[in-house]
Design a protein around this ligand. Sequence first.
Ligand code: FE2
Ligand code: FE2
Length: 361
Amino acid sequence: MATIQKEPYDELEPLEEFEELEEIPKESFEPEPEDGETSKFFSSTLNPFLNSVFPVLFIDNKFKILYANPSCEHLFTGFLNLAGKYFIDIFGKFFEMSAIREIRETILQGNNGYSWKGEARIKSREMATVQTRVYLFSADLNIKRPREFVVMFDDVTEENKRLLRSVFMSLLEASKLKDNDTGKHIIRVNYYSRCLAEELYHKAGYDRIDADFIDNIGFLASMHDVGKIGTPDDILNKEGPLSDWEWTVMREHTKNGAFILSTYPNPMAKEIALSHHERWNGSGYPFQLEGEMIPLAARIVSIADVYDALRMERAYKAAFSHEVTVQKMIESKGTQFDPSLLDVFLTVNQEFNSLYEQNKD
Ligand SMILES: [Fe+2]
Ligand SMILES: [Fe+2]
């Protein structure tokens, strides 16, 4: 059985307030539960939370997790069996240091009537970040030195994500009014990028791909050309080949996109917009980055974007079949595309074809 990590709590100053408190008669405390046994009080307080939609943890005054209700186990599926572990060991890294200090003082010194509220961002590699408001309060309203506490999580992830993404979706819609790329192209690029990222998640050497990366690239890939909102219409819609000067203006869409997306909280948005035209051998734009200097997300989107562009009919080219498209992409392995990523693309190329077919214009 795990033993409590004593150091942080041993440093605690003697509790002056408690010294001034009247001696609490011993009988007002429930007897210490036997090891593994739950106190009477604990089980009666627990009842209302058993089937609650609110994710709730019970912890004791030594920060040991006594119980996590099904909603809580569901919310934190990335952490197996919360009960029996120590709250700070599991959740400590997801709070600001100041919040940890406050929680400790709340439980040990009874600040604010043994209650605390704050925020936490909780994640593991397998689990996308969960943004929560956290409420901690005594599980016992009657005794002066409670032994058990309720920790309630209010999951605001979806709410926050919806708000944030709706703002950027509006930008995307605005850019689509100008760009002649179809709406379905950007949706497909999201799907392909997510598919490649999911495949990489299981491969050695791609530890930075976690659940957040997959979730984010599946939304942000569609933003790759949002900077075209700043490209003049006559260049964007020109039928014939572009002059050198026009190409210079056209290439600016990468920098404009990065500028537009610079307020997005995840830097991946900027990386994709700025670097999706860079090439593995350094012959791309805007900065001629080469190899792994090009952000991974941009290297993934580059494969997704080019695959789709080849499959589509454009004013200057016919639509290529899946087979011809794959062949053309193989020819650019190591020049335009990251060779390892292209190999992964080849293992899932049939899925790309299905995604194209299912989401045709
Ligand atoms: Fe582009
Ligand atoms: Fe595109």
